[in-house]
Design a protein around this ligand. Structure first.
Ligand SMILES: Cc1ncc(COP(=O)(O)O)c(C=O)c1O
Length: 386
């Protein structure tokens, strides 16, 4: 249907083989593949990260709030420019969402000054998102959380494989500190359009032994042993140590995750080269600006390709015109108060709202070709002129 679609999975024989192995093993639920995926992910993040594979990132965020002891009446500072999962999980546990604005039209990550200004005596946690895989100012945000005794939850849905380092001018050749290793708890998404794509899945990560134990119980009904332990004869029965949920990941998805994790550095590098080409084509285009273009805090993973259209450009018309050219686009993200469930949220975040009204996301995926980038840019430039 599309000449160029928004995203495409980069599966090859390895993913098929990995799934076949699980199916042939006859064991589908949490066991060796999942434990291997968790170990590989922890190793990939290093810095003391302990990972638990879960059914999706929303589950990971929900577990993060529960494990951190956030409860009804507490306030959680959440990003105004993010996917609604961040607000939904906060709302679901009865806490109040306090939206924090982005920094500027060039830097769409949470503004540390704005976060600090929104802290009250009810604030218990700060949630941030590394939008498009570009790091927030973690030095400032972690120090604000420390100063005010707040928990930090990193929404890393966009950012597996992205690093943070302090100065944009001074990006070291070696790895910086991976996203997901700053927060008390971090949440990754492996949804079908993500840099690690397994359909539905996620990872919840912490560096704290205490939170890890809580998260482990939350993931699986608070049970002291799993079916696999009983199958292996390691346990006869089980206790329920605390109330919990079923947010487990299947073995087939974990097997795909292991393959996707191994492919991630190369896939992220392919994204980088494509984004460089986008920059070449769009840098001086009238009516278009590109966030995070002149700086980044470390190495991004280029999860999506967002642009900002000028206030005079009619975005709906551009989307329609690009659709006619066979180019799929998207919006990351509509303003929170545009959704019926959140229409009464009184919490101005004017910069994020401006971006929500004028942002356009262009296609990007590892196996995209430069010719396809050119098709998208030709269509965008033509559509913006009208
Ligand atoms: C920023 C952000 N947070 C959270 C989520 C939720 O992820 P999942 O679909 O894995 O629950 C997404 C998914 O699109 C996202 O983009």
């Amino acid at each position: 249907m599309w000449r160029v679609q928004l995203h495409k999975i980069n599966f090859d024989e390895r993913e098929y083989q990995a799934v076949k192995e699980v199916l042939d093993s006859g064991w589908l639920t949490i066991s060796e593949k999942t434990y291997s995926f968790e170990a590989a992910f922890s190793n990939f993040l290093s810095n003391g990260a302990k990972s638990l594979a879960v059914s999706n990132c929303t589950a990971a965020l929900h577990m993060a709030l529960l494990a951190c002891g956030i409860k009804s009446g507490d306030e959680v500072i959440t990003p105004a420019l993010t996917f609604i999962a961040d607000q939904n999980v906060t709302q679901m546990i009865g806490a109040k969402n306090v939206l924090s604005d982005i920094t500027s039209m060039e830097d769409w990550s949470a503004d540390p000054d704005d976060i600090e200004a929104r802290i009250t005596n009810k604030t218990k946690a700060v949630m941030i998102v590394h939008y498009a895989g570009f790091a927030c100012d973690m030095e400032r945000i972690t120090s604000i959380c420390k100063k005010h005794g707040l928990l930090l939850i990193e929404d890393c849905a966009h950012s597996p494989g992205a690093d943070y380092c302090v100065s944009s001018e001074n990006v070291p050749k070696e790895r910086g500190q991976p996203h997901g290793t700053f927060g008390d708890v971090s949440a990754f998404s492996f949804f079908a359009n993500k840099n690690i794509a397994i359909g539905e899945g996620g990872m919840v990560v912490t560096r704290s032994d205490e939170l890890y134990e809580k998260l482990k119980l939350l993931r699986s009904h608070g049970m002291s042993a799993q079916s696999f332990d009983r199958y292996k004869g390691r346990a006869v029965s089980y206790d329920v140590v605390s109330a919990g949920l079923n947010y487990r990941l299947t073995e087939t998805n974990s097997a795909i995750g292991l393959v996707q994790l191994a492919k991630l550095p190369e896939a992220n590098e392919k994204r980088r080269l494509l984004v460089e080409h986008y920059y070449k084509r769009l840098d001086n285009a009238p009516s278009i600006s590109i966030p995070f273009r002149r700086f980044s805090r470390g190495k991004p993973n280029y999860h999506i390709m967002p642009v900002l259209l000028s206030a005079e450009t009619d975005r709906a018309k551009v989307i329609q015109s690009m659709k006619q050219d066979g180019v799929q686009t998207s919006i990351h993200y509509p303003a929170v108060n545009m959704f019926s469930a959140y229409k009464n949220i009184v919490n101005p975040a004017p910069k994020a709202e401006y971006v929500s009204a004028h942002e356009l996301t262009l296609p990007l995926y590892p196996d995209m070709t430069v010719d396809e980038v050119n098709i998208v840019c030709d269509s965008l430039l033509k559509s913006c002129i009208g």
